[in-house]
Ligand binder design. Structure first.
Ligand code: FRU
Length: 309
């Protein structure tokens, strides 16, 4: 009896070890090239990727942070190619310079999912991101509804203009306010960075006595502008609008009365992992996946905002 017990225990230990070994043995490696981790939104993107990847023991994630340097990001993609990863997810800093290494990966037979910022051309497996032109347009239309007929002067603190969201958020916005009595009086490329936005807003404040609205292409820019206006006692009566809507950033600013509105820009990190698994499993995937967006204002923030139509 004791002997049989021991044999069973042995068998169980062997089975357990085997199971552990099997689960520790990932079948596929996915390289994730992140353009920077200096902004909370990108930290959230990586967390969303990790959160989803952790549910799938068959994949192993390798993360690289290019620290907002395009050349470093190019070399990260090259490193993933040399390491023969099974798939690459990239959130590129700039559209043009990252297209070439992505093409190289594709030529080497490594599928690439481009996330959030687009690259020039279509030589990738799939693009995932929200529609930035639509979001920019929605910001413009919302402002026309709020100020139309009364007229308003606008400071536009743009995202990096060599990145597609910066271009699209600008173009959509300008299209929406065209023909209205809303006027952009000051524009600057703040490269998505709060300190740059704060500095540019200081210049705008020094130059213009009347500023009604600040349109920041992301919430950190709108927040930087708010701080600049506040430090000279001019923030009251000004509307600050941003994009991203992270719970502890844009949404918190709306709750605190700092931002008048924030438009959501989902990271798509979880979606990228789900799609990567389909690609790795040999399934055909859509060339583009367009993520939705929401608007959060003081009136709807408690109820979770409202979807953009
Ligand atoms: C973070 C960020 C976000 C913005 C996105 C655009 O790096 O600047 O704030 O929505 O990138 O790609």
């Amino acid at each position: 009896m004791r002997r049989i017990g021991k044999a069973w225990a042995c068998a169980l230990v062997v089975a357990a070890l085997f199971a552990m070994g099997a689960s520790a043995q990932a079948k596929w490696t996915i390289g994730m090239s992140q353009c920077n981790l200096g902004e909370p939104w990108r930290v959230q993107m990586n967390a969303d990727i990790k959160g989803e990847a952790d549910k799938h023991p068959e994949i192993k994630m390798v993360f690289k942070d290019a620290q907002n340097d395009t050349l470093i990001q190019r070399s990260h993609v090259e490193e993933f190619i040399s390491a023969k990863v099974n798939l690459i997810i990239i959130s590129p800093k700039e559209a043009q310079p990252l297209a070439e290494p992505v093409s190289k990966a594709m030529a080497a037979g490594i599928p690439v999912i481009v996330l959030d910022r687009d690259i020039i051309g279509e030589n990738y497996t799939q693009f995932i991101g929200a529609d930035n032109k639509k979001i920019g347009k929605a910001v413009g239309e919302w402002l026309v509804r709020k100020y139309g007929g009364k007229g308003a002067t606008i400071v536009e603190l743009m995202g990096l203009q060599t990145s597609t969201p910066g271009q699209d958020r600008h173009n959509g916005f300008i299209e929406a306010i065209r023909g209205s009595d809303l006027k952009v009086i000051f524009q600057a490329d703040c490269k998505w960075l709060e300190p740059d936005a704060r500095k540019e807003m200081e210049s705008a404040l020094a130059r213009y006595k009347r500023i009604d609205v600040v349109y920041g292409h992301n919430d950190p820019s709108a927040h930087g502008a708010f701080l600049a206006a506040q430090s000279v006692g001019r923030e009251k009566g000004m509307a600050f609008v941003g994009i991203d809507s992270l719970p502890h950033e844009g949404i918190a600013y709306v709750k605190q009365g700092i931002l008048t509105a924030t438009f959501q820009y989902p990271t798509g990190g979880d979606v990228a992992v789900v799609e990567a698994l389909k690609v790795l499993g040999g399934q055909k995937v859509a060339k583009r996946i367009v993520l939705g967006s929401r608007i959060f204002t003081a009136d709807n923030v408690a109820a979770g905002g409202e979807p953009l139509k």
